[in-house]
Design a protein around this ligand. Structure first.
Ligand code: FES
Length: 223
């Protein structure tokens, strides 16, 4: 399926720039979860009531998301998923639907939740405008951070998965995470990624690795 929600020519989008040059639409599911967010916390949670906390910030826009989980010991099923964000409408809708997906039907196990992909969230939302993909990735990352926090608290350190970044271009100090963010921001060619990150400008030898990463992240997030 395509995740692009582009405007129909001659119609007004849900969001339109001041000069009317650009606009885009949101699906009814996105609007429902934006206007009626599920499992949302207006204030910070009482952390003593929860078994794990996850937190992530978006380098793309500076927004932030926190999640709190209640986990059934033994089964490791997620019984409760609460969240709070300083993100945009797409981040709110994505996290709201993720909180439903993770807790419905008795709750996913931590391992099942860890395997949840941005595409799964996107499909339940009926798509997001391409420029908003990075917002949907926030909840996926915060959830994985909370799962690590749970295993850390119960001292099962072998189950913690750390996503370390790797330097791809030692000259411009660009990492694989920088390239991931650029692809999420819509830079899907080597030229666009270079414009955003300056990768390979003084070190063209790294460009084959950059192209491989662009392919990898495009496949991961856009299918
Ligand atoms: S979360 Fe920052 S723009 Fe959507």
């Amino acid at each position: 399926m395509t995740h692009k929600q582009e405007p129909v020519k001659g119609t007004q989008g849900d969001v339109t720039t001041a000069d009317n040059a650009k606009s885009w639409f949101y699906t009814d599911v996105v609007k429902d979860h934006f206007f009626n967010p599920r499992n949302f916390m207006l204030n910070d949670a009482d952390e003593a009531e929860f078994d794990a906390i996850g937190k992530v910030g978006s380098p793309a826009c500076g927004d932030e998301l926190r999640v709190w989980l209640k986990v059934e010991s033994g089964t490791e099923r997620i019984l409760d998923f609460r969240w709070k964000t300083f993100g945009c409408g797409s981040a709110i809708a994505s996290t709201s639907i993720a909180s439903v997906i993770v807790t419905e039907n008795g709750g996913m196990t931590l391992e099942e939740a860890r395997a949840l992909k941005p595409q799964d969230i996107m499909e339940r939302l009926g798509g997001l405008p391409q420029r908003k993909f990075h917002c949907s990735v926030l909840c996926d990352k915060a959830l994985r951070d909370a799962i690590n926090d749970y295993y850390r608290r119960i001292e099962q350190f072998d189950k913690i998965i750390v996503e370390a970044s790797r330097i791809i271009d030692p000259v411009s100090k660009v990492t694989d995470k920088d390239i991931e963010e650029a692809v999420l921001e819509g830079a899907h060619t080597i030229e666009l990624v270079q414009q955003k990150t300056k990768v390979g400008i003084g070190n063209p030898g790294c460009l084959p690795a950059v192209e491989e990463l662009i392919r990898f992240y495009k496949e991961k997030y856009f299918g």
